[in-house]
Design a protein around this ligand. Sequence first.
Ligand code: 5GP
Ligand code: ZN
Length: 141
Amino acid sequence: MAHEDCIFCKIIDGELPSAKVYEDEAVYAFLDISQVTKGHTLVIPKTHTKNIYETPPEVASKLFERIPTIANAIKKAYQPAGMNLLNNNEKLADQSVFHLHIHLLPRYGEDDGFSFNWQVHTDDYSQDDLQQIAKEINEAF
Ligand code: 5GP
Ligand code: ZN
């Protein structure tokens, strides 16, 4: 169901324009206006869901089922050297539109406009530390 004041719901409904890449009964894919790299695409469920936390399994399942096909179409069109998939959840994690979306970012080179900046802390965690963290998450299911 469309969510009031959600720009992605309005895009699905055609109330706002978009450059559509793909559509079926469950999923809509369109170009991100920011075009971080050429062909940068957003894949969204037609069912409004705020982000990954609120997404029912059947909505997630249909969304992710379509992604390999869409990724392969982008790959065929532009032959990128690689592709990153990205999903931001909540403001701190750079979510700015609160309708679940997966970014497909074709990669053309190291200076193509997209980069990771994450720090590796392998040396800070022992095998016991990792087991403890995994246990705590597992207990939260
Ligand atoms: P987020 O930061 O939430 O992960 O990503 C939201 C994305 O939506 C941004 O990359 C932004 O460029 C894109 N976006 C925001 N408004 C519009 C719009 O009206 N049309 C399109 N095509 N993309 C949008
Ligand atoms: Zn929405």
